[in-house]
Design a protein around this ligand. Structure first.
Ligand SMILES: *[C@@H]1O[C@H](CO)[C@@H](O)[C@H](O)[C@H]1NC(C)=O
Ligand SMILES: *[C@@H]1O[C@H](CO)[C@@H](O)[C@H](O)[C@H]1NC(C)=O
Ligand SMILES: *[C@@H]1O[C@H](CO)[C@@H](O)[C@H](O)[C@H]1NC(C)=O
Ligand SMILES: *[C@@H]1O[C@H](CO)[C@@H](O)[C@H](O)[C@H]1NC(C)=O
Ligand SMILES: *[C@@H]1O[C@H](CO)[C@@H](O)[C@H](O)[C@H]1NC(C)=O
Length: 390
């Protein structure tokens, strides 16, 4: 009996590897893609200086681990998008909104911290959410193409060393990481879980139309992150809709994570239908949720401290205070002093500031996704030009 079972299992394994090999061959996997550029859309998970350029720089100690100074990132060091750029041999992306010291010859970053897919009907000064919603990012992209090509072709000189070649727009990898702020802004506005889930269909329509506009301008290769387990982030935990309900085993809000999971389910379906509509384009759906939840739920085993305790913050269960962020000041005995200080060893922490991950956590997430283990279809980053429909 045991032998028969083992033989059946061996046959099944052989069959599975044959099917996988055929699927890989059909998808053309194997050859590297040589993306010459990356164009990124998103929120603070991938902002490399956009919000800082316009609305005030992210203060120290942001940037302390890798850049040594604040770099426009809400992190002690590099973000997942930085590791993606590094691994493709592309320099860190300049923020489109940054007017000083930028170099767009191998891509541009339209992401800003606080961005959502939908427009916020409020001001950044009131809500903290960015006015640079995904539709605005797509207008910026359209202007970027038109104007960069005009300048590249008509001005020449140094502009040829600062702007992308025309063919890069169809050869580039287009990366997306957005949606987190649509969910949190809904909960922060005291909407119910039902109301919050109710916006997801609209989010998918808007995301689809932005991706289609990128396709209409020549984009072919898409790498789309899903949203993380938001219910494990201190800023969500202090304002969770299920304050009276128990947390899950990792200490995360069950309600928040369920909405994030529903968003991800719909996103995966949306990416699949884009793949059907555009058989000549390649779409990779990347499950960063699983990578982040793995890190949070197994933090100790992976060599990290309490994953819910922020490195850079001030006070309370999570070392997080909504009114005093990382680098934030408070009045102590009549004088303003920085009280949102960094922990000594950010490499041991998962949460940087209660909203964003540390560089060490970002590296973990990148390592989990780079080879395609969490992707649909399961292609590696370097081969993401092969994620075509069949
Ligand atoms: C903003 O208002 C418009 C029009 O009422 C509405 O359709 C949209 O859902 C609102 N957006 C948000 C983020 O609440
Ligand atoms: C960019 O150029 C295209 C083609 O010439 C034009 O249709 C479009 O309106 C332009 N977009 C912007 C934002 O200038
Ligand atoms: C911009 O970066 C590219 C590499 O991506 C480099 O070849 C080029 O020289 C840089 N431009 C300037 C003006 O330094
Ligand atoms: C949400 O509810 C809390 C608690 O009742 C209240 O303090 C806060 O002002 C409300 N926020 C909004 C945006 O209505
Ligand atoms: C504030 O002043 C009081 C009285 O002088 C002193 O005991 C306390 O240590 C001071 N607090 C800080 C944080 O300096």
């Amino acid at each position: 009996m045991a032998t028969a079972t083992r033989a059946a299992a061996a046959r099944a394994a052989l069959l599975l590897s044959l099917v996988l090999a055929l699927a890989l061959r059909a998808s053309g996997a194997g050859a590297d893609c040589h993306f010459p550029a990356i164009f990124n859309f998103g929120d603070s998970n991938s902002d490399t200086g956009g919000l800082s350029a316009a609305f005030g720089a992210a203060p120290p100690p942001n940037g302390r681990t890798f850049f040594g100074v604040p770099s426009g990132r809400y992190c002690d060091g590099r973000l997942v998008i930085d590791f993606i750029a590094e691994s493709l041999g592309i320099p860190y992306l300049s923020a489109y909104l940054n007017s000083i010291g930028t170099n767009f010859s191998q891509g541009a970053n339209f992401a800003t911290a606080g961005s959502s897919i939908r427009r916020q009907n409020t001001s950044l000064f009131l809500s903290g959410f960015s006015p640079i919603s995904l539709d605005v990012q797509s207008w910026e992209f359209e202007q970027f193409i038109n104007r960069s090509q005009y300048v590249y072709n008509n001005k020449g000189g140094v502009y040829r060393l600062l702007l992308p070649k025309a063919e890069y727009f169809s050869q580039a990898l287009y990366t997306f990481d957005i949606g987190q702020n649509d969910i949190t802004s809904s909960y922060f506005a005291n909407k119910t879980t039902e109301e919050t889930e109710g916006i997801i269909a609209d989010l998918m329509e808007r995301l689809t139309s932005v991706i289609q506009s990128v396709i209409s301008r020549g984009g072919r290769y898409f790498w789309i992150h899903n949203t993380g387990p938001l219910g494990c982030l201190p800023y969500a935990l202090v304002h969770r809709p299920d304050l009276d309900a128990p947390m899950d085993a990792a200490g995360c809000s069950i309600a928040y994570n369920k909405v994030a999971q529903l968003f991800n389910l719909r996103l995966k379906e949306t990416v699949a239908s884009l793949r059907k509509m555009h058989p000549d384009a390649a779409f990779t759906y990347v499950d960063v949720y699983t990578a982040k939840y793995r890190l949070i739920s197994q933090a100790k085993k992976l060599g990290f401290d309490d994953p819910l305790l922020t490195c850079c913050g001030h006070g309370g269960r999570y070392n997080f205070d909504v009114n005093i962020g990382c680098g934030g000041k408070a009045q102590v005995n009549g004088t303003w002093v920085v009280v949102g200080n960094s922990c000594n060893d950010p490499s041991k922490r998962v949460s940087w500031d209660g909203v964003h991950f540390t560089e060490a956590a970002n590296k973990f997430v990148f390592d989990q996704i780079v080879a395609g283990a969490l992707s649909d279809p399961p292609v590696a980053l370097r081969q993401a030009c092969h994620s075509r429909g069949h």
